[in-house]
Design a protein around this ligand. Structure first.
Ligand code: GTP
Ligand code: MG
Length: 376
């Protein structure tokens, strides 16, 4: 029943909008991210359209002139897929697809499709399916549009109210079943967690593609999948590690990205609770991204939202090997051991020793019984 979009080798255009009054660098970063997300799924991005808008057109989101320009480009270049950076309403989807005679998806759908492809464990699979169903529910006529296409192409009579209602009922039933399944797995996982409640727990958190899994593999000798793409790992991996004879549980968690779909955050609540129950969070940051400060704020805001206290977070600036090649900054390198900030290269295994020492020093003061940090 869920519609899957085929991105592989499809000639694609991206569309992003910028509110006229608020032109800043952010949209450039977002369109770069959208490009990477599309390519992660195998799409071939031919062109990016960026439109400055004063207000959102209720019918087609972007202006009439722009959509005509995109239409000509699509016809001339045989484009098969259009990806919007903004979230579209069901009627906007329908109107735009009708004009462009091409499949249209939005950023949320792309992120959900990547997650769905990458999930391995039945837990992650169920969480993502739940997010997909919630998304489908909010775009229901869009879902029908696809069925309509299968039946006979764009432009056919719209769905009857009763058909939409049946779809809605079926999706709600599936959501209920998935919620039950997730609850059951949560219960099992809670029991597992209770077994290790006397061991100090550490989670690797951070934006996507910053090197969390690379660091996980180095610290724990795990074999977590690593790739220079967004959301290489969406399953949580847990390993036991030992530093100076002290045992720890280390978890590699799902990465964050700007405008993470609300449905996903909602479905991943239990994964976030894994983070919540940690004694120490290692916030991995890609120091080579020019806007890494923005990533830090974004991740920290989510962490604060779920109730994490700042004093249990260590910031680890990763990929200093590239930084030193491109732009040697000895002053930064020298700061590798100040307060709760460290500079490392997970790939080149540089300064991992300092990180281990930092972890040990930090957790030495945790009294597992009360779960409190005595000295900090
Ligand atoms: N140059 C350099 N590259 C690194 C370093 N650490 C990781 N990488 C690369 O960064 C990319 C992403 O690494 P991952 O470990 O998969 O990142 P992640 O944070 O787990 O990413 P997601 O699971 O997608 O959220 C890979 O190509 C790694 O080889 C580093 O210290 N230096
Ligand atoms: Mg990873």
């Amino acid at each position: 029943m869920l519609v899957t979009t085929d991105y592989t080798k499809k000639k694609t255009v991206l569309i992003a909008t910028v509110i006229k009054q608020k032109i800043n660098k952010q949209y450039k970063e977002e369109i770069y991210e959208l490009n990477s997300l599309a390519e992660t799924l195998g799409a071939i991005v031919i062109k990016k359209f960026i439109q400055k808008i004063k207000y959102k057109n209720p019918k087609t989101f972007i202006g009439k002139g722009k959509i005509e320009e995109i239409k000509s480009f699509i016809i001339v270049n045989n484009i098969k897929l259009v990806i919007f950076n903004d979230n579209l309403s069901p009627s906007q989807f329908k109107n735009i697809e009708k004009i462009l005679t091409s499949e249209v998806v939005d950023r949320t759908k792309v992120i959900l499709d990547i997650f769905s492809k990458r999930a391995n464990t039945s837990y992650a699979k169920a969480q993502i399916k739940l997010a997909q169903y919630k998304y489908a529910l909010s775009k229901l006529p869009k879902l029908w549009t696809h069925l309509e296409k299968q039946r006979g192409g764009i432009g056919f009579r719209g769905p009857g109210e009763s058909e939409i209602e049946t779809d809605r009922r079926n999706i709600r039933k599936s959501i209920k079943k998935l919620n039950q399944k997730i609850k059951l797995i949560d219960k099992q996982m809670n029991t597992q967690r209770k077994h290790r409640k006397n061991i100090i727990r550490i989670s690797l958190v951070g934006y996507t593609n910053v090197g969390k899994s690379t660091l996980m593999n180095i610290l724990s000798k795990a074999k977590v999948y690593i790739e220079n793409k967004f959301f290489s790992t969406v399953d949580t991996t847990v390993r036991q590690i030992t530093i100076k004879k002290q045992r720890f549980i280390l978890s590699d968690t799902v990465g964050f990205i700007n405008n993470l779909p609300a449905q996903l955050i909602d479905s991943f609540k239990s994964t976030l609770s894994e983070i919540k129950e940690s004694d120490l969070l290692i916030h991995v940051i890609d120091l080579t991204k020019h806007n890494f400060i923005k990533d830090i704020t974004y991740v920290e805001n989510i962490l604060l939202e779920i109730g994490i206290k700042k004093n249990i977070i260590i910031k680890v600036f990763n990929k200093i090997d590239i930084l030193s090649e491109l732009n040697p900054k000895p002053s930064i390198r020298n700061k590798k051991y100040i307060n709760n900030i460290l500079f490392i290269s997970a790939l080149q295994k540089e300064y991992i020793k300092f990180l281990k020492e930092k972890i040990y020093a930090f957790t030495k003061h945790i009294n597992k019984k009360t779960n409190e940090i005595r000295i900090f």
